[in-house]
Design a protein around this ligand. Structure first.
Ligand code: ZN
Length: 424
């Protein structure tokens, strides 16, 4: 395979997770009588531009079907993160009723609702019908399409250029990353700004977040590799912030490279220097990832097998895509993990792909006693533990598997996300 950005041959492997169905292809009861398609899931690193990427991709149509089940608003922490961002950026860029804000991958309107509340003109671009409809119910205009050069040209003619374009957690989901990034240059005003948030490859590798690898994620960018992609396509990165979401993300600020109204902040060079100093432009950085992921997987299997032998019950919370990666790689089935609870109405009553573990609505979770509850979306550990204080009160324990198996006996309020004081 050739690099999806620069076209070089890809020979350096980060990890091979075997075969798996698309992580978001939740199954209805009747689907359990059908064969299920599995695709290879292998991640390679380009030694020319250092873009880390999945080897092959399934056609978009199947990955982002109209029943795509991820609704951003299901995480209250994520909605709050979006509200704070909107407050900050509106002030920073002095946006007002004359401005235009466009969000690419607007999902269910979790972010644009805060822009609408400020009476700033905006619309979202979202190819998935189910989430687009949820956004419309919040009073947000949605263009139901994939974003690329052609879409950008048409929207520029029909609706004019944007002061601000937002793209959160979508860069990774785009197979043709050049065509996607080039669209921003077309649709931005000469003085416009585009911000992008994405999980940082540095944290993925150092935090052993191999469960965030799935077919729907085509690329796993570092600042270094994304600057290469942006520069080639006419965008200039002028600022960067490290943020705690999704296990450690970065937010970058970009402008049209032909205009550059904003001076480049020192933080860009500083983070780039940090990535290079850690070795992200060397093979060694990527070499031990598979081995460590295998150890983590074995630890989870051993824990579940030991519980089973000792007659202790384990259930799961959060039917997240990342859960599917680890459950399928580990070969875990309902005999070891009988069910998972989830807050998304779109997932309740369905089954996880491949493992066929049934998903129950989170409203019933407080009534289900078990000795342990495995949190699959470990990035929301604090939020989930706080939401259900009764779990610890009745003597059950929370468990997370990434970056290593941990049993949590209390919430650490100073530490949102996955670093906790624990007790084995
Ligand atoms: Zn490349």
């Amino acid at each position: 395979m050739k690099c999806r950005h620069c076209g070089s041959d890809l020979n350096l492997e980060l990890i091979n997770l075997g075969f798996a169905p698309p992580s978001n292809s939740y199954l209805k009861p009747e689907d359990l009588r059908q064969p299920e398609k599995h695709y290879p899931l292998r991640v390679l690193v380009c030694e020319e531009c250092w873009l880390t990427q999945t080897e092959d991709f399934v056609g978009h149509e199947q990955l982002f079907s109209s029943e795509y089940a991820y609704f951003s608003s299901c995480s209250s922490g994520w909605v709050e993160h979006a509200r704070r961002y909107v407050d900050e950026v509106v002030e920073k860029l002095d946006l007002n009723r004359e401005s235009l804000v466009i969000e690419v991958a607007a999902n269910d309107g979790y972010l644009l609702q805060h822009v609408v509340a400020k009476k700033i003109p905006c619309y979202g671009i979202e190819p998935t019908t189910s989430t687009a409809n949820a956004a419309r119910e919040r009073g947000i205009t949605i263009v139901e399409e994939f974003f690329n050069r052609a879409t950008a040209k048409r929207l520029l003619r029909e609706r004019g250029p944007a002061n601000l374009m937002i793209a959160n957690n979508v860069l990774a989901h785009v197979p043709d990353i050049n065509n996607f990034v080039a669209g921003f240059v077309i649709l931005l005003k000469q003085t416009g700004v585009a911000t992008f948030e994405f999980p940082h490859l540095l944290n993925l590798v150092q935090g052993m977040q191999f469960d965030t690898i799935y077919h729907e994620h085509f690329s796993y960018p570092s600042l270094d590799s994304i600057i290469n992609v942006f520069t080639t396509n006419g965008l200039n990165v002028f600022d960067v912030e490290e943020i705690p979401t999704h296990g450690g993300s970065i937010r970058i600020y970009a402008q049209r490279a032909d205009r550059r109204p904003y001076p480049t902040q020192q933080r860009v060079q500083d983070l780039l220097d940090k990535e290079i100093a850690i070795g992200m432009r060397t093979k060694e950085f990527y070499k031990t990832f598979q081995q460590t992921a295998d150890r983590i997987t074995c630890d989870l299997i051993s824990f579940l097998v030991d519980c089973r032998k000792e007659g202790k019950s384990v259930i799961a919370y959060g039917a997240a895509a990342k859960g599917n990666t680890i459950l399928n790689y580990a070969g875990i089935r309902p005999n070891l993990l009988p069910c998972v609870y989830d807050a998304s109405p779109a997932k309740g009553g369905k089954f996880l792909p491949a493992s066929h573990i049934p998903i129950y609505p989170s409203s019933e979770f407080p009534n289900h006693y078990s000795d342990y509850v495995l949190i699959l979306p470990w990035n929301l550990t604090s939020e989930i533990m706080t939401l259900y204080p009764q779990v610890l009160e009745r003597g059950s324990k929370w468990v997370t598997a990434i970056p290593s198996l941990k049993i949590h006996s209390r919430v650490d309020p100073t530490s949102p996300g996955h670093s906790f004081t624990t007790q084995a």
